[in-house]
Design a protein around this ligand. Structure first.
Ligand code: PEP
Length: 252
């Protein structure tokens, strides 16, 4: 059985290294016992080296929340994929809606995705519409977002791609998208991928859902939403809630 993937996006939390270590330790304790779940934790850059030191590779992976697309040079404040790879980071969230809100474009997303593929790393490519109405315009929007974000990517690299479908209106909201709608959207996303790369590549690309996931709704999202994993924001920095979520979705 394909393992379910749970990605925790810590965003700009917590505010001390001590807290970060404590949270990570509590997640690790649960992750060690999971049979059918791959856990990826994406802390702020500054905590990555310390957390990598406390981890054993098979229990839990560490990801980052962004990169700059150049490898090195005069780019003040930026961190490259090359630097993260050197540390042992294998996953990077790209194109999160909060970064898009700060000016990230499909064009820069495409360059970042390509930079990761060239190093054999896995982008967790975030896509999602801001609004949804009866006209179905969100479908066209999503199709364009996927095509533009992957416009530099050839078939040979696509095996490393992870897609996180996060309707922007559900991020930070009280309620997640209805699982039936998540199911429809995951089919739509795969259809776009089939048209771009072919059936085999499309079905083997993990499609995650993100937006107001917590330990209470996670299992239903898996069972009715038919997705491969979850991208979790707030609940991933709540050690009790995240532990409950991991245990709940670990089906054998
Ligand atoms: C996110 O920011 O990617 C996210 C899914 O947040 P939350 O789970 O808090 O809605």
């Amino acid at each position: 059985m394909k393992k379910r993937m749970i990605v925790g996006n810590w965003k700009m939390n917590p505010i001390t290294l001590e807290e970060a270590k404590r949270l990570f330790k509590s997640i690790k304790r649960v992750a060690e016992k999971l049979k059918s779940v791959t856990v990826v934790v994406c802390p702020p850059y500054i905590y990555i080296p310390a957390l990598l030191n406390t981890r054993s590779e098979f229990q839990i992976s560490i990801g980052a929340q962004d990169i700059y697309f150049e490898g090195q040079g005069s780019f003040t404040g930026e961190v490259s994929a090359l630097m993260l790879k050197d540390l042992g980071v294998g996953y990077v969230i790209i194109g999160h809606s909060e970064r898009r809100e700060m000016g990230e474009t499909d064009e820069s997303v495409a360059k970042k995705v390509q930079a990761l593929f060239e190093l054999g790393m896995c982008p967790i490519l975030c896509i999602g519409e801001k609004i949804r109405d009866d006209s179905g315009s969100h479908l066209e929007f999503l199709k364009n977002q996927i095509k533009n974000s992957l416009n530099k990517v050839s078939k040979k690299h696509i095996g490393k791609l992870i897609i996180a479908y996060e309707p922007v209106w559900a991020i930070g909201a009280k309620k997640a998208m209805e699982p039936e709608n998540i199911y429809e959207m995951s089919i739509f996303i795969r259809k776009v991928l089939v048209d771009m790369y072919g059936y085999d590549e499309a079905v083997s690309t993990p499609v995650l859902y993100g937006g107001a996931v917590n330990f209470r709704n996670a299992t239903e999202i898996f069972s009715k939403g038919q997705i491969d994993g979850l991208l979790v924001g707030r609940e991933s920095v709540n050690s009790t809630g995240f532990a409950e979520l991991l245990k709940a979705v670990d089906v054998s």
